[in-house]
Design a protein around this ligand. Structure first.
Ligand code: GLN
Length: 507
């Protein structure tokens, strides 16, 4: 097998366009790596037939002299929350599966719901001649930070298979970290791209709210959800974002602002940029070794010509509480559509009573974390509690957004850790929902404010309860729709770190 899949996306696409690389070979190699890496459980369904046919067509078009797109022949793995016309889409939930031949609800993702259309981002990837290689594992309905909430089993972190990959886009992060594919799409509602990217040593981008269409993304919390790229290097994410971003008439919240030239931004140096370091992101809870790793990365940006000043983000500590009111409220409304009538699973009730059918279906179809969130969300929206919880949370959300507005009056971007520690062991937090919710303390505020953010690998630390180095991420946050500035800084952070090209040990 060749190592072409390890090349940056722009190089792969250029080589396919020039005929140096063959799309069918790349596709075959990616499918072979997915099969060989089955133990990681990163990919729920590999689209062997449709991806091979698409790759062969690309090679044929090239041989006929046709010009090819920006992602010519590049295999891309797509989170299973995104609709794909040629592959099941389950959001890692049994409720988006059917009862199989043995009468068991949703025992495999292959029995998943088949959407009648592609998500806009998937359609844009195909239009740019990318190959959709498969659907990646995730926390059920994107609710989680460890991938332990998937109905189809946990995803293993290739840096240490005893540890979580992060979540909810853990399958996408691992697909990229283990180089099963040169790029993947994830979705980020409160950190689900940035956190698994950090814990698996890859780049992950949460675009500004409205930068990328949500049409065809199985909704979790619609005022927060964004689709974004995950890749080994910054420039590859820039190219992927250029392809998927932009206005979509099918999503009224997608912005009409022009898409920037993100790849070109990666060539600009960081000198003259002013960075803010919010003290609140370096306070209690962060491990000393993680803090040292992130601070060293910030120092390298300083050496490269950026300046760094302290900033205050006083409402940061309300981020977790605010998010878990807003996100669960929206989730309880969004998940009402899974009723046993319209999609996937249907469990018949004994007396063919409609309400009992709803109950039996939702009881069998949703996992425990999803049920917890539906109940929390329904509670905060209920008459009598609406003002005390939901309205209050909306007000605090505004205060958090103002923290960002004020900070960005003084600085060009913010630099923070992505997580307070490296990837933890399976089971370490799964019995304590609050401990799990605290995982997102550094990623949630940016989501509530709608700004853009990126996680760039900045080094490794060896946890006390382990003997393997685990990756750590630097988070760069820029004002809404300033993705070019974000990429410029991210490329600078990458260039000054020695992490790029580091691969997890083969297990
Ligand atoms: N971990 C957070 C949650 O559980 C964020 C998830 C996400 O961004 N989809 O809600």
């Amino acid at each position: 097998m060749s190592d072409s899949l390890d090349l940056p996306i722009s190089k792969i696409a250029d080589d396919v366009r020039s005929g140096t690389l063959c799309a069918a070979d790349l596709c075959r190699d990616s499918l072979a790596r997915i099969a060989a890496g089955a133990d990681l459980n990163a990919v729920l369904t590999a689209s062997a037939t449709s991806s091979t046919a698409a790759a062969e067509l690309i090679d044929k078009r090239r041989s006929q002299g046709e010009g090819l797109g920006k992602l010519a022949g590049v295999p891309i793995a797509v989170k299973d929350a995104l609709c794909t016309i040629d592959a099941p889409t389950t959001s890692a939930s049994k409720i988006l599966t059917r009862v199989d031949a043995s009468g068991v609800a949703g025992s495999t993702p292959e029995h998943g719901w088949r959407p009648p259309y592609d998500a806009t981002v998937v359609a844009r990837l195909r239009a740019a001649d990318a190959i959709i290689i498969g659907k990646t594992n995730m926390d059920e309905f994107a609710m989680g930070s460890s991938n332990e909430n998937s109905a189809f089993g946990s995803v293993k972190n290739p840096w240490d298979p005893a540890r979580i990959p992060g979540g909810s886009s853990g399958g996408s992060a691992v697909s990229v970290a283990a180089r099963l594919a040169p790029g993947a799409l994830g979705s980020d509602t409160g950190g689900s791209i940035r956190q698994p990217a950090a814990l698996c040593g890859v780049v992950g981008v949460k675009p500004s709210y409205g930068r990328v269409s949500r049409f065809g993304l199985v909704a979790f919390a619609s005022s927060l959800d964004q689709v974004g790229p995950m890749t080994p290097d910054v420039r590859s994410s820039a190219r992927l974002l250029e392809v998927i971003a932009g206005h979509d008439p099918a999503d009224s919240t997608s912005s009409r602002l022009p898409v920037g030239n993100y790849e070109a931004a990666c060539d600009q140096d960081v000198s003259g940029l002013k960075l803010g370091m919010p003290a609140e992101y370096f306070a209690d809870g962060i491990r000393d070794d993680v803090k040292a790793c992130v601070l060293a990365s910030i120092d390298r940006l300083k050496d490269a010509g950026a300046s760094v000043v302290p900033v205050d983000m006083p409402h940061t500590r309300y981020g977790v509480g605010t998010y878990y009111v807003v996100a669960t409220a929206e989730a309880s409304a969004n998940l009402a559509r899974f009723d046993g009538v319209r999609f996937g699973l249907r469990v018949e009730a004994p007396k063919s009573d409609l309400e009992q059918m709803y109950q039996a279906t939702r009881q069998a179809g949703f996992g425990p974390e999803v049920k917890r969130r539906i109940m929390l969300g329904t509670y905060v929206l209920s008459a009598g509690y609406y003002d005390a919880y939901y309205i209050k949370a909306q007000k605090v959300r505004t205060l958090i957004a103002r923290d960002f507005d004020r900070a960005f009056e003084k600085v060009d971007a913010l630099v923070t850790p992505v997580t307070p520690h490296a990837a933890f062991r399976f089971g370490a937090r799964s019995t304590d929902p609050l401990a799990m919710y605290m995982e997102d303390v550094y990623t949630l505020p940016a989501s509530l404010a709608g700004v853009c953010g990126i996680s760039v690998p900045c080094g490794t630390v060896t946890p006390d309860d382990g003997d393997r180095p685990m990756p750590i991420g630097l988070q760069i946050l820029a004002p809404a729709f300033e993705e070019e500035r974000m990429f410029r800084l991210a490329a600078g952070a990458e260039a000054t770190s020695s992490f790029l090209g580091s691969l997890p040990p083969s297990n």
